[in-house]
Design a protein around this ligand. Sequence first.
Ligand code: DP6
Length: 330
Amino acid sequence: MAKATATANANIALVKYWGKRDDALILPQNSSISMSCDGLSTTTTAEFSEKYRSDTIVINDEELKKDEKNILGHIERIRKLAGIQEKAKVVSESNFPVAAGLASSASGLAALTVAAAEAAGLSLHEKELGILARQGSGSASRSICEGFVEWHKGVMPDGSDSFAESIVRKNYWPEFRMIATIVSTEKKKTGSRAGMKQTVETCPFYGGWLRTVEDDLNIIRKGIRSRDFALVGSTAEANCLKMHALMMTTKPAILYWIPETVEVMHAVMAMREQGIEAYFTIDGGPQVKVMCLQKDEREITKRLLRLKGVQKTILCKPGDGAKLVNKHLF
Ligand code: DP6
């Protein structure tokens, strides 16, 4: 069987996915909307062959430990779907720090899905690839698609209607920017998977999240279609704060923010007071992503880099969906 290589971008959610209705199939409680980020990408090569005695996975030059069940489980899922037995070799490289809250699981699982499905001889369309990627990591379903993307939560118990699709392609709003700030490269303590499970089980405000998230989705969808930056930015920032309020009021509390996170949040709010249009969003980690328009990207980056806590910034534009490429990593 031939080897195959795919690249996928990370995506940053404007309306967050937080909470599952089915842990095994990874079905979400609510729909979510994100942007494909062209500066944060993962490339993965996969090959199934009789020459391999066991599955080997190398991520950023490090061999994966056998207890990393998620990725191994995803390879097994693809093997079963294709009806093959051969073991796999997978080599993957990301151009940004893994597991620090920059959506590495999304780009990683999306690239793995596209590369391994092709290498296993499956020929799947975007919707099917998204459904498959979703079972590896929920947010990975969104990384299959281009531009601004909605992952429909679906209602079917088998997950057949829980998939992602583009709202608009990347060229629809090419001026939109997401500046990822790196304030820490340490591995986070609580993963999103455990964090959202604990939230659904113990947070007294989770019902309020579910009651208001449809409004957020409608506003952001409309804001994207009409390219209304203030509407999208302000709604995305509020949705992020609402998600973190859930995390903080979960038992035990989950606080992904470190002092440097809060420093960037205040800096963004201060820029707004000075008339610079910028909004922030934060996921399951300390990094802050700053949304702005192209016309302000230089000034905002300069101000962010002046902050004590900001080690680095990565500029992202609306990007592609996951795709096959010709250059293999082994
Ligand atoms: C905070 O997709 O990593 O980034 O489905 O359990 O693998 P699993 O979780 P994951 O969660 C992402 C959570 C988030 C919000 C978002 O991206 O929508």
